[in-house]
Design a protein around this ligand. Sequence first.
Ligand SMILES: CC(C)(COP(=O)(O)OP(=O)(O)OC[C@H]1O[C@@H](n2cnc3c(N)ncnc32)[C@H](O)[C@@H]1OP(=O)(O)O)[C@@H](O)C(=O)NCCC(=O)NCCS
Length: 139
Amino acid sequence: MFEVGVMRSEEVEEVIHLEYDVLGVSPFVATSLLPVKKKVIVARVNDGIAGCATVCWNDRFEIASLAVKKEYRNAGIGAAIIEKCFEVARDLGFDSVWLETPENGPVEFYLSHGFCVESHVRNMYGNGVSGLKMVKHLS
Ligand SMILES: CC(C)(COP(=O)(O)OP(=O)(O)OC[C@H]1O[C@@H](n2cnc3c(N)ncnc32)[C@H](O)[C@@H]1OP(=O)(O)O)[C@@H](O)C(=O)NCCC(=O)NCCS
């Protein structure tokens, strides 16, 4: 069982650790240095946070990260977090949600949640790995 909500101040450290553990970087920390507004959506289980997404926006709304701990995957947590991201975007008045993912990332997962590929970017991360910009149009 899990519940999805907005990160509380006492959960900041756990989110940073989770992002580093799963992604090797912390988009939450990185976006803190940018002139954007942001929120973190978390999925809480009994023993803490199982997954999170950092979302940020100025002129457009982006999912900067999505990460679910290995032991909690394939239980619908990623789907629930992404649906909550859509809700937050709608509540803020956005009609689309953007993200970037490596070509070898969970592209199928995003397609199954209504994202489409907007463009391909070669060497997106400066390490030779190409990426995709994806967009979901909210109806
Ligand atoms: C992608 C991720 C967030 C999905 O979280 P989750 O809680 O397991 O997702 P759900 O349980 O809601 O959905 C699972 C579905 O997504 C699919 N999926 C998960 N990871 C996938 C991947 N890398 N490629 C393709 N499909 C993937 C599963 O096969 C499953 O499909 P099914 O429902 O048809 O069986 C999680 O696997 C993760 O944190 N991955 C590592 C970090 C990552 O790649 N983040 C995105 C950076 S752009």
